[in-house]
Structures are given as structure tokens and as C-alpha cells.
Ligand binder design. Structure first.
Ligand code: G6P
Ligand code: MN
Length: 441
């Protein structure tokens, strides 16, 4: 048996790290074919040609191709890695600016930036999965597309039986930093986590001796021994945004010491600081466009012009490793533990069983079997209930096209202070996204 892998959104700036890990581990994965699919002809052909050259010159036996034809890409596919971005980072930056100008969070997964991105992406993802069900119904879909929290809610609602696992590399990145901080091997720590994507907490972190490291971490934070975890995540050290984010994560833990927080809770629990630090003239979307995006496509062009990928390299890293590890767990039925987004179905006993939550699961050839978390405290539950209501209403709005429902979703978002601000931002976002959102009525 040989596996065909397809990257849906192959022209993404997130592709290179996945492409590199796939190349390194193609024998384990039994991968004989790799297809980059994208609707953006220019980007997919740049990254596609680059990858072909790079794989060939490094002696990879994998057949690489690229296409803008989805049907062709899906034919006989076994694994689909999805990471699409309708409107590109350009639209991301437009949303951020609308939000910031109105004094609210515009991040692309949290606050109304996330709402807008969800409205752009939900219809496209649903259309793609429908095609998958027709053309390659047995293929596994591993979804990285954001905003993962809302999108996973839409996917599992529309396709309860589909072979989809919705994932994010943020929990594992933070776990990696925690492991490094304690001078431990990540594989030796068992993490227990609950919440929704970009919105969760660790309840325990048990080391190889059965000891929970969370009390020690709490003590080190409370005593002032550490005020950040940034230096224990080597991948983000050249990026001030992540350095600050990892510091704020510790500030939040200090303020709410019961459980260890996912760093993107900064947008909900420290919005004052996030707003004070945001620059309407240069947002994260601008940063990505001028940094990562420019760098990757400039390098593709340089390599194609030179006619050789010698001296060029794709970076592997957590992002690529995580998705490939999960594919590997499915292929070889390893039953390793990963944190994923799945229907709650009782994992958090005092939370809506139909809601999608982010919890650890054992992954094997049957997919994800989630781990029981039990009852969660009122503080975390309260935050989650509000956020989940917002997420569900956002999915309802994207699927129904109802303006009134969209307005309810917006007002439910914790970052929105009142009806007037919510409505104004909603109307401006709609105007700026007419080409992408479903028509509202
Ligand atoms: C983290 C998040 C992702 C996000 C990524 C890149 O890994 O989990 O959801 O897409 O960061 O963010 P950036 O702002 O660099 O595009
Ligand atoms: Mn994520």
C-alpha cells in the first residue's frame, strides 16, 4: 500500500515546514505521491515547482505535482492536509484594521477578526469536504485551517461521520516549552488539557516519575522566579510577538493560578494590553505579508531562476511535525496521545456533549478517542460557555446567511463591549468582505 498526500492550500506560507517533514519521513509514511493544490495559480506553481526540484535534488523518490484542479488532486488521495485562507493575509489585515480602529481585538482567530475569517472560510471548507466525500471518501482529513475553534464546530456539525481531525500546533508548542523549562523530554510528560481551540487550560503535566509538574510551575511563577517561558521555545525567539505572548501567558497564570492557560487567552483576559500594543498601521497580517510571505516566495523565485534548489532549505518544525505525527499515528495505529478538536461527547462531563472541544485523545487508525476530563470549575466553564455560544452562533450565521444571527454572534463575543460597537464592526467587516462572506439577509 502506498499513500497519496494532498495539501489543500498548498500555496500557503505554512506549507514549507510540512513539505520538509513529509520529505524526511516519506518512507515511514509510505508516501509515494504528494500534490499541492491551491486556487491561487501563481503561489501553488511557485511552491510546487520549488518542491519538485527540492525533493528531486535531495533524492526523494516521492512523485510531486501541483494543481489548481481539486477533483484531480483528490483522486485516490489518502491524506488531505487542509490549510486554506480565502482572501489571503491581505484580507486578514483589512479585518484587523477595521477592528482596531473601532477599539476591539482583530486577531484572526480571536475576537471579530476570527468571526470574519470564519465567515470567509466556512463555505469553502464545506464545499471541499463535500467533494472529498464524493471523490475519496476514505481519505483522512487533517485540518489546520483557522479559525479552528469555529471551523471545527462547523465541520463536525455538517459532517458528523467524516474522517476529519481538527488540530492546532499551539498546545504542543507550549508543552514543548514547558518540557524544556523542566529539562525533560516532551515525550516523557503526559499533559491533561481542556477547552476550545486557542482557548484552554492545562490541569496537570505528569512526568516520567508520576509527579505533577504544575504545582512547581505555579510556585516558580508565584515566587517571581520566572515571568516568561519564551526562552524555552526556540522556534519563536526571533519574533517579538511570540516573545510577548509567552510572557503574557505567564502573567495570566499568575493572575489565575489554578490551571495553566493557553497563550491566546491573552486576547480575552488581557484585551487592554493587547489593544494598547496594537498598531493600526502595521498589524500581524502586515507583518506576515512583509516577513514570512515575502521571504518564502522570493526564495522560490530565486531557486527557480537558478534552476537548482542547492543551498536552499525548507525549515522543519513543530507545525510540520505535529500534523505528520498525527498522520503517522493513523497509518501505523500507534495510539499516541495528541491534543485535538473533537465533539465533547462527555469528555468534559459538565459541558455540552455536542460542542466541539479541544482535549487530549489517543490517535490510531480508528481516528481520535478522546480522554475523559471530568468536571471543570465554574470560572473556566463560564468563559467557555460564552465563547461556545459565540462560536455556534457564528456557524449558524455562516450557514444561514442571517444578519440577525450574525449580530447575535458578534454581541456574544467577549471582546465586544456593547451592541453599538458590535453592529458597527459587523457592518464594516461585511462591507469589506462582500466578495467572500455569504450574502447576509
Ligand atoms: C500558531 C497558531 C496558529 C497560527 C500560527 C501562525 O501556531 O496556533 O493557529 O496560524 O500561530 O500565526 P501567524 O500570526 O504567524 O500567522
Ligand atoms: Mn492554532
Amino acid at each position: 500500500m502506498a499513500n497519496k498526500f494532498v495539501i489543500i492550500g498548498g500555496g500557503s506560507t505554512q506549507s514549507p515546514s510540512i513539505l520538509e517533514v513529509l520529505r524526511q519521513r516519506s518512507a515511514d509514511l509510505d508516501m509515494n505521491q504528494l500534490v499541492l493544490y491551491d486556487i491561487d495559480e501563481e503561489r501553488v506553481s511557485l511552491l510546487g515547482q520549488y518542491t519538485k526540484m527540492y525533493y528531486k535534488e535531495t533524492g526523494s523518490p516521492v512523485h510531486v505535482s501541483y494543481t489548481t484542479n481539486l477533483e484531480e488532486a483528490l483522486q485516490d488521495a489518502n491524506f488531505l492536509f487542509m490549510q486554506i485562507r480565502p482572501g489571503l493575509n491581505k484580507q486578514r489585515a483589512i479585518d484587523e484594521k477595521i477592528c482596531i480602529r473601532n477599539g476591539v481585538i482583530g486577531q484572526e482567530t480571536c475576537g471579530l477578526g476570527g468571526f470574519s475569517f470564519a465567515m470567509r472560510v466556512i463555505p469553502d471548507i464545506i464545499a471541499i469536504i463535500k467533494k472529498v466525500k464524493q471523490i475519496c471518501p476514505d481519505a483522512w482529513i487533517l485540518n489546520y485551517t483557522n479559525p479552528e475553534a469555529i471551523l471545527s464546530e462547523a465541520i463536525y456539525r455538517e459532517f458528523p461521520e467524516a474522517k476529519v481531525i481538527c488540530i492546532c500546533d499551539m498546545p504542543i508548542s507550549i508543552e514543548g516549552a514547558i518540557a524544556q523549562y523542566f529539562h525533560k523530554d516532551l515525550k516523557d510528560i503526559t499533559f491533561k488539557y481542556f477547552g476550545m481551540n486557542h482557548f484552554g487550560w492545562w490541569t496537570s503535566m505528569i512526568d516520567e516519575n508520576g509527579q505533577d509538574l504544575l504545582p512547581q510551575l505555579r510556585e516558580d511563577v508565584q515566587s517571581g522566579k520566572i515571568d516568561t517561558l519564551a526562552q524555552w521555545n526556540d522556534e519563536t525567539l526571533d519574533d517579538q510577538y511570540w516573545i510577548d505572548t509567552y510572557k503574557r501567558m505567564i502573567t495570566i497564570f499568575k493572575r489565575f493560578p489554578e490551571y495553566f492557560p493557553n497563550c491566546y487567552l491573552q486576547y480575552y483576559l488581557m484585551p487592554d494590553v493587547m489593544m494598547a500594543e496594537s498598531d493600526v498601521n502595521f498589524t500581524r497580517g502586515d507583518w506576515v505579508m512583509q516577513g514570512r510571505e515575502k521571504r518564502i516566495f522570493t526564495e522560490c523565485r530565486r531557486v527557480l531562476k537558478a534552476g537548482t534548489a542547492k543551498g536552499s532549505s525548507l525549515n522543519s518544525g513543530v507545525h510540520g511535525n505535529y500534523i505528520v505525527d498525527i498522520a503517522n499515528a493513523i497509518i501505523h495505529n500507534t495510539r499516541e496521545r495528541f491534543t485535538v478538536n473533537q465533539k465533547n461527547n462527555g469528555a468534559i462531563s459538565n459541558f455540552d456533549p455536542d460542542a466541539v472541544v479541544e482535549v487530549p485523545a489517543y490517535i490510531g487508525s480508528m481516528g481520535a478517542e478522546t480522554i475523559s476530563i471530568g468536571k471543570i470549575p465554574t470560572f473556566h466553564k463560564g468563559l467557555m460557555e460564552l465563547q461556545k455560544a459565540y462560536e455556534k452562533r457564528t456557524v449558524d450565521a455562516a450557514l444561514s446567511g442571517s444578519y440577525q444571527v450574525a449580530l447575535e454572534a458578534v454581541v456574544l463575543n467577549k471582546t465586544i463591549p456593547d451592541y453599538h460597537v458590535g453592529k458597527k464592526v459587523l457592518d464594516e467587516l461585511y462591507e469589506a468582505n462582500k466578495q467572500y462572506w455569504p450574502e447576509l439577509h
